[in-house]
Design a protein around this ligand. Structure first.
Ligand SMILES: Nc1ncnc2c1ncn2[C@@H]1O[C@H](COP(=O)(O)OP(=O)(O)OP(=O)(O)O)[C@@H](O)[C@H]1O
Length: 260
């Protein structure tokens, strides 16, 4: 499988705190890679660097063989990386459809006035955008709520809306920060199925998540961080059996053994 994303020797300091410490991993085309670890392990910081929200202190990020360190954050969607956030980033006063269409601004031409586009072309582009947004709303099961105000939607549905918004840009790599947070069991299972479908359609996923059932069901590979450093990498089965990972989650190895 071709490598899509390469993270090499990546570190990030916040003042005197080293949040991420010399981390390496790769995401291959069309795979789901999960980034897990106890609270404060550095997962969101890695995701924020990979999505261009914050720069690394050291190290390199390459996407489709291109160094990303100097690429501004707003260019990422155009290059094929989109993301969702741990804390929802929605526009409550806009409709669900409009919220999803926001994800397509990088795919369309600039405004009618700035580029002198003809009205017919602009209308055609708007129609195409609407059709694509509707198609994604259907895939995430929100078609019937397209005209509802986003602010009126329950939390679980807003999470689905965010995924539709990230997917309308047709990314090669989708970054997800705790997509199952606050969802019930049924919603999490539905979301897991959707991620598998997204992978089958060729988009790779880098996922930060605490829900181990979801991770173990959908991840092809897992990278484990603890206190900023990578402590393990492997298949879900390898990770479940790794003593260093068990120790990081539950305390010391001795404690784990004594629990029997
Ligand atoms: N903007 C910031 N300023 C200062 N310290 C920060 C900042 N962001 C993160 N940190 C620190 O960096 C470390 C890693 O945080 P990060 O949020 O990346 O961990 P995480 O693995 O995503 O945790 P969680 O699972 O609790 O979300 C923590 O010690 C955190 O307090």
């Amino acid at each position: 499988m071709t490598t899509l994303l390469t993270v090499q020797d990546l570190s990030r300091d916040f003042g005197g705190v080293r949040a991420v410490n010399h981390v390496d991993f790769e995401v291959k085309q069309g795979e789901i890679l999960a980034l897990i670890g106890p609270n404060g392990a550095g997962k969101s910081t890695v995701l924020n660097m990979v999505s261009g929200v914050i720069p690394p202190s050291e190290g390199e990020i390459r996407f489709a063989n291109q160094p990303m360190t100097r690429v501004p954050g707003y260019e990422y969607a155009k290059l094929g990386i989109t993301r969702t956030f741990q804390n929802l980033q929605t526009f409550d006063d806009m409709t669900v459809l409009e919220n999803v269409m926001v994800g397509m601004h990088t795919k369309t031409h600039s405004s009618l006035f700035s580029c002198g586009m003809s009205l017919t072309t602009a209308r055609r582009e708007e129609r195409t955008m609407q059709e694509r947004a509707h198609a994604w709303l259907e895939k995430v099961g929100l078609s019937s709520l397209a005209s509802s105000q986003a602010g009126s939607l329950p939390y679980g549905k807003l999470r689905l809306m965010e995924i539709a918004r990230a997917m309308v840009a047709e990314p090669k790599l989708l970054l997800l920060d705790e997509p199952a947070a606050g969802l019930n069991h049924t919603e999490t299972a539905e979301m897991s199925r959707m991620f598998q479908e997204i992978r089958e359609n060729g988009t790779a996923i880098l996922l930060v998540e605490h829900d181990m059932d979801m991770i173990m069901t959908i991840a092809d590979r897992i990278v484990v961080l603890d206190q900023g450093s990578k402590i393990a990498e492997g298949t879900p089965r390898e990770i479940q059996e790794n003593p260093r990972v068990i120790a990081a989650y539950l305390g010391t190895e001795e404690q784990v053994e004594s629990r029997g």
